[in-house]
Design a protein around this ligand. Structure first.
Ligand SMILES: Cc1cc2nc3c(=O)[nH]c(=O)nc-3n(C[C@H](O)[C@H](O)[C@H](O)COP(=O)(O)O)c2cc1C
Length: 178
């Protein structure tokens, strides 16, 4: 049994990437894992100020929801990021959270497998490439971890258009396999 943290970064109701995340969770639960989902919808997450105090303190000086999220990330075996593609990149809110968890850089971490689930209006397979590369930069900073899998569902734009899409089944199976 693995401890799995799923961070769903879209802020809109009926989010396609969130539905992908839910299917992944269903699969991961089915295969007996301990899964916790964190949606950024109700979270207070401010910008990184670049002060680097975190490297000495082991936590961020800004008092919002980030330090709690970071503890969960540090103690999980598997991290799953779900994001809409915004301008061929990860969502801004996902990047802000990554930056704000900079305290982790100086700390021990347990996670090994990182997954990325993403959705976009376009269907070209290269649409998520920059987002995946961007997450790759984060993973490189935690050399014990690796990009274990990615799942891209293109052709979905309006909320809930992912309903009935075969990629939901793929997300379920990917979740089963963690
Ligand atoms: C600010 C913004 C930028 C976007 N940029 C892209 C893009 O570069 N390529 C693309 O195919 N879709 C783009 N989209 C569409 C979203 O990726 C698409 O609607 C996706 O399904 C949203 O996921 P969500 O429902 O989980 O929020 C953009 C949407 C927004 C709001």
């Amino acid at each position: 049994m693995k401890k799995v943290i799923v961070i769903s970064t879209s802020l809109r109701a009926g989010s396609n990437s969130d539905m992908l995340a839910d299917k992944f969770i269903e699969g991961a639960l089915k295969s007996g894992n301990d899964v916790e989902k964190i949606s950024l919808i109700d979270k207070d997450i401010r910008f990184c100020r670049g002060c680097l105090a975190c490297q000495k303190l082991g936590k961020c000086v800004i008092n919002d929801d980030v330090n709690d999220i970071m503890q969960k990330v540090l103690n999980a075996d598997v991290i799953v990021w779900a994001t809409p593609i915004y301008y061929y990149e990860m969502s801004g809110q996902m990047k802000v959270l990554i930056d704000r968890m900079n305290a982790m850089y100086a700390l021990d971490y347990k996670f090994r497998d990182v997954y990325m689930l993403c959705t976009a209006a376009e269907i070209e397979p290269e649409t998520p490439e920059r987002a995946i590369n961007g997450l790759g930069g984060w993973i490189e900073c935690y050399p014990e971890s690796r990009l274990a899998g990615t799942l891209f569902c293109g052709g979905v734009d309006a909320p809930r258009t992912i309903e009935g899409n075969d990629k939901l089944q793929e997300a379920y199976e990917l979740g089963m396999s963690v």
